[in-house]
Structures are given as structure tokens and as C-alpha cells.
Design a protein around this ligand. Structure first.
Ligand code: GAF
Length: 392
């Protein structure tokens, strides 16, 4: 597999415009695109005020559409895997009649963003969604839909253009309309992504430092396990609570303020499972800043070693990996030219990310597929810019 097309030239846009004409007649007036992401390291640290190091993908979600005069919002999705029905219609929200979540599920991300939009009032509009981010694959299909929706609305009724506030509004949409108490990483990178760079994001201050990632001898290989275990919905909030419990037991607001030495000294006061969750987070925050420095230094060996430590910690202490992800990581690490590999995203399925010498990419894919009990999908992608308006 898989060279990923540039968004401007991406077939998504043509397909979305065609679908718009078929659904609504006439041509769409505006188009917006927002990327999915892969996190290189810094997992389950964002909601602990820690550091993350994601990059925006060339895979993303497009919204094309036009404002209407009748106060009705009509949206069609063409995204593969979206639940039925694929067309929804509802009145644009007012103060007295706000939107609320319901079915189908995919529409909740759009409704949530409309409800939390910072400009407005949002007029009626027709729109079509198209996406090439695998749904539920751990590459932030949800954040990419949220941020694409927000970017689309900015064309219809501009807000003040504050990008951090935009990411936060999209996160709120996910909390309140999708019931997922996510951190800020996915929405932030989808808004702020920078071509040829990963971003070291401080999830407390929301400062982000670009870290160059455009060495032609290097490749980032994403491997989709194509499994998603049902636990995800309940386990994520459970991990969040355990992290809060650990921080509170140590007299801190978040685990960002806890050192490994303090954690070790307090081990006997903590429930063993809670201690292990905290050990992952405190270790991962430190690994992430070290990994960013290693990337800046071109020290891929250290970076790869930190990726493997991260995976082991997510598997053993944070308990969010699964046999399929462990298999994919183990297989990747057997390939000559691989620096490191780890699960990426929330866990319980989804994808792994592997850093490797570019010329090893072909044989890595072959070897991983041979060793994997399921069917994997591979993506090689460069870091992309964040959300943008697409010219029509
Ligand atoms: C999911 C969440 F949405 C992110 O905020 C982050 O917590 C991630 O899991 C784990 O690092 O993608």
C-alpha cells in the first residue's frame, strides 16, 4: 500500500462535490478539510496536563456545502462505515431550541460542533461529508470530522479566528454530543498540524512547538489492525478516573505535577492498579519530551527505544493494548531498519505507528502482514498541515 494523496488534489473533494450535486442539485459554494492524526508518542497524557507528540495526516475529512435561506440543516455522509441513515435534516439551532445528540451517531459530531460553534448564528445549510480516515481506526476520524465541520462553518458565519478556542470547542462537542471525555490532542493537532513537522504539545499551557520530521531517509508507517474491541467506550473514562484518583491521593491536581520519585515513595498508599496507571502516565510524559529532543537531534535509535518503552507501558501498566496490537508491534520490531513501534491512540484496537528507514517500508509491510493473524491495512504518510479551506 499506500501513498496518501495531498488534500488539495485529493479525490475526496471531487467525490464530495459530485455527491453534493446528486443530493441537493446545484454546486457547493464552500469546502473545508481537516486531517486525522497519528500520535508518535505521549499516550493518555493529554488529559493529565502532560505532553503529546502527534502529527497531522494527509488523510482527512472534507465538508462541501452551501448556506440556504430556510433555516434547515441537511447533511449527507459518504464516509465508509458511517451508521444509517446517511442523510439527516434538522432545524438550525436557536437559543430556545438548541441541538441535542441522537441517532445516527456520525451526525452527533457535526451537531455538537454546530452547537458549540463560537461564531454565528449558524444559518441553514446543505452539506456533504467525505472522509478517507478509517472510521474508529484510532486515527481521529472524529476529530477530523469535528474540525472540518468547524472550518466549514467559519466560511458561512465567521468566528474570531482563535485557533486554540476552535480546538477547545471541537473537544467540547465530543464531550457533550459523543459522550467521550477525550483530552485535547486530537482536535488540537487537526487544527494546528504543520507540514513536515510533528508538534510537541504541552496540554496544560496549550503551547505547541513544531519538531521537524522531513528526513527523506525516514518513514512513518501506520498499520491498522482493523480490530476495535468493545471495551473502548467504558475503559477510557475509567482510566481518566484512575489518573485523577492517583493525583488526588498525592495531593496534586494532575499527574503532570507528580515525579516518578514521589510516585514510588507513595506506592504503598495507592491501590496497585491505580499506582500502575499513574506510573504509565508519569513515565510517558517524561518519555515524550525526551523523544521530541531525540527527533530534533536526528537520534532515531533513541526515539525508537522510547516508542517501544511506551508500548510496553501502555500494555503492562495502563492496560489499553490488545493481542492484535502487540502482535503488530512485535512483528514490526523483527524487521531490519525499524527503529521503534507502538500502539497509537486510545487503544483496544486501531493502529500501530512504526518509525523506520524509508527503504525498509516495503519489506516491513510484507513481514507484518505475514506475521499478523488478521488483515492489516498500511499507510505511509508525511506530516500535513492542519485544517484548511479548499478552493472550489
Ligand atoms: C483518544 C483521545 F481522544 C485523546 O484525547 C487521547 O487521550 C488519546 O485517546 C490517548 O492518548 O484519542
Amino acid at each position: 500500500m499506500a501513498a496518501v494523496p495531498e488534500p488539495g488534489r485529493c479525490p475526496l473533494l471531487g467525490a464530495a462535490r459530485g455527491a453534493y450535486e446528486a443530493a441537493f442539485g446545484g454546486a457547493a459554494a464552500v469546502a473545508a478539510w481537516a486531517p486525522g492524526r497519528v500520535n508518535l508518542i505521549g499516550e493518555h497524557t493529554d488529559y493529565n496536563d502532560g505532553f503529546v507528540l502527534p502529527m497531522a495526516l494527509q488523510l482527512g475529512t472534507v465538508l462541501v456545502g452551501s448556506a440556504t435561506q430556510d433555516g434547515t440543516i441537511s447533511i449527507v455522509t459518504t464516509a465508509p462505515g458511517a451508521d444509517e441513515p446517511h442523510r439527516v435534516q434538522f432545524p438550525a439551532p436557536t437559543q430556545s431550541l438548541p441541538l441535542s445528540p441522537g441517532r445516527p451517531n456520525w451526525a452527533n459530531y457535526v451537531k455538537g460542533v454546530i452547537q458549540h460553534y463560537r461564531g454565528g448564528p449558524v444559518p441553514g445549510f446543505n452539506a456533504v461529508i467525505a472522509s478517507d480516515v478509517p472510521l474508529g481506526g484510532g486515527l481521529s476520524s472524529s476529530a477530523s470530522l469535528e474540525v472540518a465541520t468547524y472550518t466549514f462553518l467559519q466560511q458561512l458565519c465567521p468566528d474570531d479566528g482563535d485557533l486554540v478556542a476552535k480546538a477547545l470547542a471541537c473537544q467540547q462537542a465530543e464531550h457533550t454530543f459523543a459522550g467521550m471525555p477525550c483530552g485535547i490532542m486530537d482536535q488540537f493537532i487537526s487544527v494546528m498540524g504543520k507540514e513536515n513537522h510533528a508538534l510537541l504539545i504541552d496540554c496544560r499551557s496549550l503551547d505547541a512547538v513544531p519538531v521537524p520530521l522531513h528526513d527523506a531517509s525516514l518513514a512513518v508507517l501506520i498499520t491498522n489492525s482493523n480490530v476495535r474491541h468493545a471495551l473502548t467506550g467504558s475503559e477510557y473514562p475509567a482510566r481518566r478516573r484512575q489518573c485523577q484518583e492517583a493525583a488526588a491521593a498525592l495531593g496534586r491536581t494532575t499527574l503532570r505535577d507528580v515525579t516518578m520519585a514521589e510516585l514510588e515513595a507513595s506506592r504503598s498508599q495507592l491501590d496497585e492498579e491505580v499506582y500502575r496507571r499513574a506510573r504509565h502516565v508519569v513515565g510517558e510524559i517524561e518519555r515524550t519530551t525526551r523523544a521530541a529532543q531525540a527527533l530534533r537531534d536526528g537520534d532515531y535509535v533513541t526515539f525508537g527505544m522510547l516508542m517501544v518503552e511506551s508500548h510496553n507501558s501502555l500494555r503492562d501498566d495502563f492496560a489499553v493494548s490488545c493481542p492484535e496490537l502487540d502482535q503488530l508491534v512485535a512483528a514490526a520490531l523483527e524487521v531490519d531498519g525499524v527503529y521503534g513501534s507502538r500502539m497509537t491512540g486510545g487503544g483496544f484496537g486501531g493502529c500501530t505507528v512504526t518509525l523506520l528507514v524509508a527503504e525498509a517500508a516495503e519489506r516491513a509491510q510484507q513481514h507484518i502482514q505475514e506475521k499478523y493473524s488478521g488483515t492489516a491495512t498500511f499507510y505511509i504518510t508525511r506530516p500535513s498541515d492542519g485544517a484548511k479551506v479548499l478552493p472550489l
